[in-house]
Design a protein. Structure first.
Length: 82
């Protein structure tokens, strides 16, 4: 599903597919700007719609911040030797 769109000028200033933190109705998640048919939507899938309590086609207010934090990588626990 296509979600809220980011203006082309903003995407150009931030760089291609910038990492974002998106907040709708207090629900936050990490995402990236997509490129679909010349538009720059932020994906808003079923799980995030449910968590944010929004319906398809509903007018919503979206808070978007550039995610500058380094990615967190969790290493799996070492398996015991066989």
């Amino acid at each position: 599903m296509r979600g809220p769109e980011v203006q082309s000028e903003v995407v150009e200033a931030l760089g291609a597919r910038p990492p974002l933190t998106v907040t709708i109705n207090g629900h936050c998640w990490k995402n990236r700007v997509a490129l679909v048919c010349g538009c720059h939507p932020i994906g808003l899938g079923h799980a995030d719609r449910q968590a944010a309590d929004v319906e398809i086609g509903e007018a919503i207010e979206v808070e978007v911040e550039l995610d500058t934090a380094p990615p967190i990588v969790v290493e799996p626990a070492a398996s015991p030797p066989p």
